[in-house]
Design a protein around this ligand. Structure first.
Ligand SMILES: [Zn+2]
Length: 329
């Protein structure tokens, strides 16, 4: 059963299975959720199930399924952004296939990855296809933020939110993937926030405890250290800056949690002890907002080192305010 590849989303799977079994498949779906949530896996399984030769059980064994998971299915087309956008030329090329009969399965299936990056021209071109969708074609759009898609396109799609995984499912997923201690597991669960891809990204190459300690150290240095520019230069060289910033956010959330509710995962308090005199709850909230805002700016093509220097200066100001007569909670 290929549906088992989609873990912990029983309701979503049920909806898709029922659509196939009752013949109520629509021409366009939009799966949406954050990076790493599993949109591509769901699209791959759904596409395979739609074209499986054993319609009722989605076998994973038939020639169609084997091709779907081997990445070379003549009727399943993955369309990724070229550069930063999905372009009208790509939609035009897609259209040529959309009107052909499928060769191996029942449908020609088009999976548009990062659909929100479609240019206006591409979206308009897609809209024309969606309005007169050929009987044997299905379009699966994947997006992090559906609000960035034109309403006209959204209105043609069945919207499917991909939910985060619950703690038990995440725990099973992590333990199946790597051997971790209970303290590491707790950190990964908190850092990944129900997003399996985020956990996976770190599991293979990172020591989470070291990562957490590094994040603590950065928050100490940002306030007490003299050399903000040197710290920024060091961070700019980090190959995993995204994860590091996420971990700093996790440390700040831990501080906030401790200062407001007095609860923290086992062993974590000792690790953030050095920060308690520096960061009060208000400062943590401010710092979290600053980092989230800078994370978005860092997605655009800017000078990373200068951006980090600015970010660290902001954090320093926030942290120093706390030390200059702030109101510790
Ligand atoms: Zn099959």
């Amino acid at each position: 059963m290929i549906w088992e590849k989609i873990e912990g989303r029983a309701q979503l799977v049920q909806t898709l299975q029922t659509a196939i079994q009752t013949g109520h498949v629509v021409h366009a779906y939009l799966f949406y959720g954050p990076v790493g949530i599993g949109k591509k896996t769901i699209a791959q399984v759904f596409a395979a199930a739609l074209n499986c030769h054993n319609k009722d059980r989605a076998c994973g064994q038939c020639p169609s399924c084997r091709h779907a998971f081997g990445g070379l299915h003549p009727d399943i087309h993955w369309i990724m952004p070229e550069g930063k956008t999905l372009k009208i030329e790509q939609i035009r090329a897609m259209k040529k296939y959309a009107y052909l009969q499928p060769r191996l399965g029942r449908y020609q299936i088009f999976i548009l990855v990062h659909a929100e990056t479609m240019t206006t021209e591409a979206a308009n071109s897609l809209l024309v296809v969606l309005e007169e969708a050929p009987a044997a074609s299905i379009f699966i759009l994947l997006a992090e933020q559906p609000a960035l898609l034109p309403a006209t396109v959204l209105s043609r799609c069945q919207l499917m939110a991909v939910p985060r995984l619950d703690t038990d499912t995440m725990t099973n997923f992590i333990q199946k993937t790597a051997h971790v201690t209970s303290e590491e597991l707790a950190i990964i669960l908190d850092a990944a926030e129900g997003i399996p891809g985020r956990a996976l990204e770190g599991l293979k190459k990172r020591n989470w405890l070291l990562q957490y300690e590094q994040a603590v150290q950065i928050l100490v240095e940002a306030v007490n250290g003299e050399q903000i520019s040197r710290l920024a230069a060091r961070l700019a060289e980090s190959e995993e800056l995204d994860v590091l910033l996420d971990t700093i956010l996790l440390v700040l959330r831990d501080l906030l949690l401790w200062q407001t509710v007095g609860k923290l995962a086992q062993g974590r308090l000792e690790r953030i002890n050095s920060l308690l005199p520096i960061w009060n709850a208000n400062q943590c909230i401010n710092a979290i907002q600053i980092i989230i805002a800078w994370q978005q700016k860092l997605q655009s093509p800017i000078n990373i080192r200068l951006a980090l220097e600015n970010l660290l200066m902001c954090l320093k100001e926030v942290g120093l305010d706390a030390n200059c007569g702030g109101n510790p909670l």
